[in-house]
Write a protein that binds this ligand. Structure first.
Ligand SMILES: Cc1ncc(COP(=O)(O)O)c(C=O)c1O
Length: 408
């Protein structure tokens, strides 16, 4: 436990919320997109930046490099990864880009990605196709997903003799489902297909998410989502036999010295988010530690999901027992709000669709609820988040707001 974060235990819900600077009237149900930084960590960031300015060369480079490595070691222990093969990147997108630039692939090699995957990762695959001649292909997994085996069988069916690589979400983005990652990685490996695990949402939500997942080629995950790190904090972990082949997206001084040396220094930058990554992780000690936070957040989300499915009268996309849920849940909006069924038309497709959906805008403008409305399979889906500062009344407020938006 970091000595900085000792003190009386802070309760979940309203008491926890007092640790964040979220606007008073805002019902914040979208931790999943860009996280939310607690005030104490913002204060630490300011302290750190001020200290760096006493001697910028020491702060950024001499002491800064040591502090980054010490933080990487704390992060590795949290994730279940080897510290020498755990490197910081600015975000999961950067981690995926580094991997797709570095992994040996030949023109014509097929790379699979799920249709529940993250759009920016798909675009990276498209660009890799243009640069390197690989063939990106989407694996379709129809909704609802009722059993873990549905995922495994769908990926199994999609593998062809030309498939070389699978980019697999550990927790899907639009549909917020926790996948049977180890089983899929092992099934693919048995057919000669390597896997990159896109664990963007996994740190904090899952216990030691970079371990017990079947020895994939690499794993990447964000610390600026559920661990509440400063934005620009993510991690890339590689398997030992690839450690000298995977390079950062930006090459700097330490080419070929070691994985950690190459990733710890990627040119001059603000080292503070990475230096404070370990402290961000330890902040959850104030709420009883990560095990307790995981237990409570899941319970909160599973109950909110079941309540909303019943109140809104919709068909869930995953089992109501919550067996596929972590700190988020996605459910369809009522028919009345679906495109072509009386609801507003779908926004133009593209990476920013989530920011311009008219139902999402109404929930914020008229009800002060920040929650993403996703589009998947031609339908509008609502993705709710639950972190320590949320409480059951947030989801009651959401149910009332959706009902109100649906009637006029
Ligand atoms: C599955 C998945 N991959 C990648 C990302 C990209 O994360 P970032 O924007 O931090 O790079 C996200 C973001 O939500 C995601 O959900």
């Amino acid at each position: 436990m970091s000595p900085r974060w000792t003190g009386d235990r802070i309760g979940f819900g309203a008491e926890a919320r007092s640790q964040w600077d979220l606007a008073d009237e805002l019902c914040f149900l979208n931790h999943g997109s860009f996280g939310a930084v607690p005030r104490a960590l913002q204060v630490r960031a300011t302290e750190c930046r001020n200290a760096i300015e006493h001697n910028p060369v020491a702060g950024v480079w001499r002491d800064g490099s040591r502090a980054i490595r010490a933080s990487a070691e704390r992060v590795a222990a949290f994730l279940g990864s080897h510290p020498d093969r755990t490197g910081f990147v600015s975000n999961a997108t950067n981690g995926i880009n580094a991997l797709l630039q570095s992994i040996p692939l030949d023109p014509g090699d097929e790379v699979l990605h799920l249709d529940h995957g993250y759009n920016a990762v798909w675009q990276t695959l498209v660009m890799t196709g243009r640069r390197r001649g690989i063939v990106p292909r989407k694996v379709e997994i129809p909704l609802p997903v009722r059993r873990a085996d549905d995922w495994i069988e769908a990926v199994d069916r999609a593998i062809t003799p030309r498939t070389r690589l699978l980019v697999l979400d550990q927790v899907t983005s639009p549909t917020a489902l926790v996948l049977p990652t180890r089983e899929i990685v092992e099934m693919a490996k048995a057919q000669g297909v390597e896997t990159i695990v896109d664990g963007a949402h996994a740190p904090g939500m899952l216990d030691r998410p970079a371990t017990s997942i079947g020895d994939p080629l690499a794993w990447t995950g964000n610390l600026h989502k559920w661990p509440c790190g400063l934005r620009g904090t993510a991690v890339l972990v590689v398997r030992a036999d690839f450690a000298d082949r995977i390079k950062p997206t930006v090459i700097s001084h330490h080419l070929d010295q070691s994985f950690s040396a190459e990733f710890d220094w990627q040119g001059t930058f603000d080292p503070v988010p990475w230096i404070l990554a370990g402290e961000a992780i330890d902040f959850m000690d104030r709420f009883g530690g990560w095990r307790e936070v995981r237990r409570r957040n899941r319970e909160l989300v599973i109950e909110a999901h079941a309540m909303l499915v019943e109140r809104l009268g919709v068909e869930p996309i995953s089992p109501l027992d919550g067996s596929s849920l972590g700190f988020m849940a996605t459910l369809p909006l009522p028919d009345r709000l679906q495109p072509g069924n009386g609801g507003p038309p779908a926004p133009p497709s593209g990476p920013l669709q989530v920011l311009v959906d008219p139902v999402q805008d109404r929930l914020l403008d008229e009800h002060r609820i920040e929650i993403p409305v996703m589009h998947h399979g031609g339908r509008r889906l609502l993705r709710l988040s639950g972190h320590v500062y949320n409480e059951p009344s947030d989801y009651e407020r959401l149910a009332e707001a959706v009902e109100a938006v649906a009637v006029d």
